[in-house]
Design a protein around this ligand. Structure first.
Ligand code: PEP
Ligand code: MN
Length: 358
């Protein structure tokens, strides 16, 4: 069920409706929109008695949401969700494209800084790097853990880049939430429901990657798990699915972008690195991702990919990343987008905006 408030409804009226919903034993999710606030109701098994709610002041109407995913659905929130990063001009969703770049894994301070410096110089706003790695083999490099989180926090201080890194389980989730700006939930964990609920109780954006064989419905239901716990800042990420094709590591399903955008207000990024597994395919698929309407891309960049401890073959060189940015910048206006170059960070001490790069 969904309570649609009148456009002139006051914050007090919205609060009173939320309280009435909670008193009925359900959960209220106020979702402010450009025109009006909608309040999603979850926790109900059958139909909610709409009688009382319709009578409350400021309520325009009470409607039934038929889709299985409610909070993620455009039925509940018509306009696109834009995720903001306090103290910076970075956004995910909306007109500006979001570019996330960095190595698969943080291998050392030196490696991470060298890559961060170059992706920042090309104008990325987000830096990615694995601290905890979900590896197919238990003998493969598992990540530097807390040390990597510390290195990335230093990178944020020095370059302004907002940090995206993966939590692989409930133990690492709180640590990642403490140190990073965006919590990544990887493809293998897309249906780890306890992890999704845990991420839903945190107030930080979550980047949710599509599972290796997840359907669109399953993908949105996983987003719903996070949102149902009160965290509405979910960024979807297409990263390729398993098919019979063996010329690439995965098959990058770009058609999911318009399919998601039709059903959901959540932003969606595309990861052409895991999506192809091959360096020479990353740039063409990144161009295609922007052209198809994605809200940005996440790519693996390494200064010495031949020596990388994970995903070297799909990591592009910093100069290829620079070219990718130039090409994306040219495609952007065709799809009514803008590529911001660099991030502006408000200095905590002075409140003055410092331009970190460019
Ligand atoms: C990653 O981003 O490094 C990663 C492990 O991705 P995925 O979960 O999509 O395999
Ligand atoms: Mn990787």
């Amino acid at each position: 069920m969904l309570v649609v408030m009148k456009s002139q409804a006051t914050p007090e009226q919205i609060k009173a409706v939320c309280e009435a919903i909670e008193q009925m034993g359900f959960r209220a999710h106020p979702l402010p929109g450009a025109q009006r606030t909608a309040i999603g109701i979850t926790g109900n098994q059958g139909e909610v008695d709409r009688g009382n709610l319709e009578e409350l002041s400021g309520v325009a109407e009470v409607i039934r949401v038929t889709k299985a995913y409610k909070l993620a659905s455009r039925d509940v929130k018509e306009e696109d969700t834009v995720i903001r990063f306090p103290g910076t001009d970075a956004t995910v969703g909306g007109r500006n494209l979001a570019i996330v770049a960095g190595p698969c894994s943080i291998e050392s301070r030196e490696q991470a800084f060298a890559i961060a410096e170059q992706v920042a110089a090309s104008g990325a706003q987000f830096f990615r790097g694995g601290a905890y790695k979900p590896r197919t083999s238990p003998y493969a490099f598992q990540g530097l853990g807390l040390e990597a989180l510390r290195i990335m926090a230093e990178i944020r201080d020095q370059f302004g880049l907002r940090i995206v890194t993966e939590a692989i389980d409930n133990e690492t989730l709180d640590l990642v939430a403490e140190w990073a700006d965006v919590i990544q939930i990887g493809a293998r964990n897309m249906q780890n429901f306890s992890l999704l609920k845990h991420a839903g109780r945190i107030r930080k954006p979550v980047l949710l990657k599509r599972g290796l064989s997840a359907t669109l419905d399953e993908f949105l239901m996983s987003a719903e798990y996070i949102m149902s716990e009160g965290n509405y800042e979910v960024i979807l990420c297409e990263r390729g699915v398993r098919t019979f094709a063996d010329h690439t590591r995965n098959t990058l399903d770009l058609s999911i972008v318009p399919a998601v955008q039709r059903l959901s207000h959540l932003p969606i990024l595309v990861d052409p690195s895991h999506g192809t597994g091959k360096r020479d395919k990353v740039l063409p698929m990144a161009r295609a991702a922007i052209a198809v309407g994605a809200d940005g891309v996440m790519v693996e960049v390494h200064n010495q990919p031949e020596k990388a401890l994970s995903d070297g073959p799909q990591s592009i060189y910093p100069d290829q990343f620079a070219r990718m940015m130039d090409e994306i910048e040219q495609i952007a206006p065709v799809v009514q987008r803008t590529l911001p170059r660099g991030i502006h960070v408000e200095s905590a001490k002075t409140g003055v905006h410092d331009s970190i790069v460019k």
